[in-house]
Design a protein around this ligand. Structure first.
Ligand code: UD1
Length: 358
């Protein structure tokens, strides 16, 4: 069996690493080819992650880089097609919801190569998010849908996708977290930044709706106000860094860092007193770890994290950041049960399904 894995961004690497490992172990005679689209290309956004996750060096680097949505999608398609012609895979595996995911699913589907989608069936029901469009198209075009939560089943049924294409396997991002737990617990990220475990807020923001528009200066002001209550650690995504430089926002009291490697980031996440984010994956990681998460968005494609009790939607409203200290004071202390099949074994289930011929 010949399998091509197409990855392009930080969260793609985290979600796919355990699947590559499980399938290589299960199908040692198979050909396993890794294609890196190059959507994320800085060393801190790409190589560091692949090394920490133990992903073998990619066989093909498409080097598409940054650009508009159409440019990025088109470049992946143009550069992936000849690779798939050469490799003649039996299956193309794509993770998540980024532009590389959409482009790879579309290229393979047009070549009549079966596609499997990791993290299928998430819906925010908000098509102003580029990721929502990517999810809908990737799911529609995929032959095999790997679901990480039970709510995906209803979402996919509502779009007319038959049960035979769905496989509820669990969350491969949590597989990675479980596999790295000893290493990130030993990393002592808080100590190295001079903050007390349990006492600081960890912030990540990168979505265009928040950082590309007029909300960014007010958000930074609100973070500076929060920093007067508790230390605020903010590893800054390159998109956000660029926009912060453009608006020349002042950021007193914030501990700004470069993008962090995954072990350093998870170390801080596990020790944070609160997390403020607009990321999808971080809503899940905090649910698994039982850390209070405040999501600066109007909606989430991951309502399972809200039902678990760890995640609170603040809305796309920087003023809501001021309510975090009071909300923390009222929170129940217990760590909830993780959602079903978020147990570190999702990639094994994917390997079972693929090895059995679906
Ligand atoms: C992308 C995904 C988003 C995902 C995020 C994870 C899409 C539409 N968006 O957003 O869903 O949550 O990745 O991080 O696919 N840049 C660098 N170095 C890099 C990569 C990006 O400097 O290695 C800068 C560039 O200025 C670039 C900007 O970041 O224009 C945005 O990068 P892009 O990949 O287009 O989107 P992300 O915001 O990273």
């Amino acid at each position: 069996m010949r399998i091509v894995y197409v990855i392009g961004t930080r969260p793609n690497f985290v979600k796919t690493a355990p699947v590559i490992g499980a399938l290589r172990a299960r199908l040692p005679q198979g050909r396993h080819t890794i294609v890196h689209t190059g959507q994320h290309y800085d060393r801190l956004m790409s190589e560091v992650f692949l090394e920490e996750l133990g992903v073998p060096a990619p066989d093909h680097m498409l080097e598409v880089g940054s650009g508009s949505h159409a440019q990025q999608t088109a470049r992946v398609m143009e550069r992936l097609e000849p690779v798939l012609i050469d490799e003649e895979p039996d299956l193309v595996i794509v993770p998540g919801d980024v532009n590389s995911t959409l482009a790879a699913a579309l290229t393979a589907a047009k070549m009549q190569i079966p596609v499997a989608h990791i993290e299928s069936g998430l819906r925010s029901f908000d098509r102003t998010m580029p990721e929502e469009v990517n999810r809908i198209v990737a799911d529609e075009l995929s032959d095999h849908l790997f679901l990480h939560s039970d709510e995906a089943i209803e979402n996919l049924r509502a779009e007319g996708i038959p049960n035979e294409r769905m496989h509820f396997v669990g969350n491969t991002m949590i597989d990675t977290l479980v596999a790295l737990e000893d290493r990130f617990r030993a990393a002592k990220g808080a100590e190295r930044l001079g903050v007390e475990p349990g006492e600081f807020a960890l912030v990540t923001l990168h979505r265009p709706a928040l950082v590309d528009g007029p909300l960014l200066p007010e958000t930074v002001q609100q973070l500076a106000a929060l920093a007067r209550e508790m230390p605020v650690v903010f590893p800054v995504h390159p998109r956000t860094r660029k926009m912060m430089e453009e608006v020349e926002s002042d950021h007193p009291g914030l501990l700004l860092t470069e993008p962090l490697g995954y072990l350093d980031f998870l170390s801080l996440l596990a020790d944070a007193g609160a997390v403020l984010t607009d990321s999808g994956g971080i809503q899940e990681e905090t649910t698994y770890l039982g850390i209070p998460c405040f999501t600066l968005r109007d909606n989430t494609e991951r309502p399972v994290t809200i039902r678990a009790g760890t995640n609170t939607l603040l809305g796309l409203d920087p003023a809501a950041i001021s309510g975090i200290p009071a909300a923390l004071a009222e929170r129940p202390a217990e760590r909830p049960e993780p959602p079903p099949l978020w147990d570190g074994r999702a990639a094994e289930r994917i390997a079972d399904v693929v090895a059995a011929g679906f």
